[in-house]
Design a protein. Structure first.
Length: 296
């Protein structure tokens, strides 16, 4: 059985840890509110813009100017993986990295064997994970979440888009956590470039869509499509940001509860140990008194 001093030290240590996890939960809750507001405001705009992008791309599918929809034989692949900068958020990061690994193994194993799979890691955790596994990393975006803004994400989006235009990549996929609620994040794997074709259901729903291009289709392709693609990546980063704070809040709440349960067990152990020590001392005193009485 542990000594009273050891149990007391553990109680103090776990109590300090509980205070830290409780504070981290409160900080995550405050950040979550702002991040959740940002993504809720962004979703309708991004979804509508993505719908227009899909329609415009379909209309211009045969146009040489719509390079973002050009299908190629997939030889070189870029995977954009959005993680967080810090841990202590449960399985948030590991789920994304597992999904990226699974995507590579199941879909791009031949490209990986040829060394033609690159990773664009947005977030320190993803950058460290894929660096240790000797993947080629496109750019360094480990500080995006320090001051998250569209301008900072736009740089990563433009690098990926330029790589596709120049033929450095034949396919670009996006892996990130979509925010559902505080306790639930959904890992999404989406095709970024070339722009995916609409499904039959989407085509039927937009069958009556008719656009008047002003000033010209070419200018729409040059301006609207790049902007829509940048918004798509920015939305994914906002989704991941909200998901991170939700996951951390949930993880810290659970850690605080676990610390409380452990403290109860330790205090019970402490009281039992203390009671046993007191009983032992009483028995020793009684035994000593009886020994003195017998010796007289």
């Amino acid at each position: 059985m542990a000594s009273l001093k050891e149990v007391r030290n553990r109680i103090v240590s776990i109590g300090s840890t509980q205070q830290i996890t409780k504070a981290m939960k409160m900080v995550a809750a405050a950040k979550l509110r702002r991040a959740q507001d940002n993504i809720i405001r962004m979703r309708p705009y991004a979804q509508r813009l993505n719908s227009i992008l899909s329609n415009v791309s379909t209309v211009n599918a045969e146009s040489d100017t719509n390079i973002y929809s050009q299908k190629r034989d997939v030889q070189r692949v870029l995977i954009i993986v959005v993680t967080s900068d810090r841990g202590l958020c449960g399985a948030f990061n590991s789920n994304v990295m597992k999904a990226a690994n699974l995507l590579i193994k199941e879909k791009y194993s031949a490209q990986e064997a040829a060394g033609n799979v690159e990773i664009m890691a947005i977030g320190k955790k993803g950058h460290e994970f894929f660096t240790k596994r000797n993947y080629t990393l496109a750019g360094d975006y480990t500080t995006v979440f320090n001051n998250l803004s569209f301008e900072r994400v736009r740089v990563a989006a433009e690098q990926a888009m330029e790589g596709f235009i120049l033929g450095q990549y034949d396919r670009i996929d996006l892996v990130y956590n979509e925010f559902k609620n505080v306790a639930t994040q959904i890992v999404r794997t989406e095709q970024f470039l070339p722009i995916p074709e609409k499904t039959e259901e989407e085509t039927a729903n937009n069958a009556n869509s008719d656009y008047i291009f002003e000033p010209s289709k070419e200018e729409i392709v040059e301006q609207l499509i790049p902007k829509s693609l940048k918004i798509q990546i920015y939305k994914a980063v906002l989704e991941s940001n909200a998901s991170e704070h939700g996951a951390r809040m949930t993880a810290m709440d659970k850690a605080t509860e676990n610390a409380g349960e452990l403290l109860k067990q330790l205090k019970l152990t402490y009281n039992r140990t203390r009671q046993a020590a007191i009983t032992t001392e009483i028995l020793e005193i009684v035994g000593g008194a009886e020994a003195l009485a017998a010796s007289r």
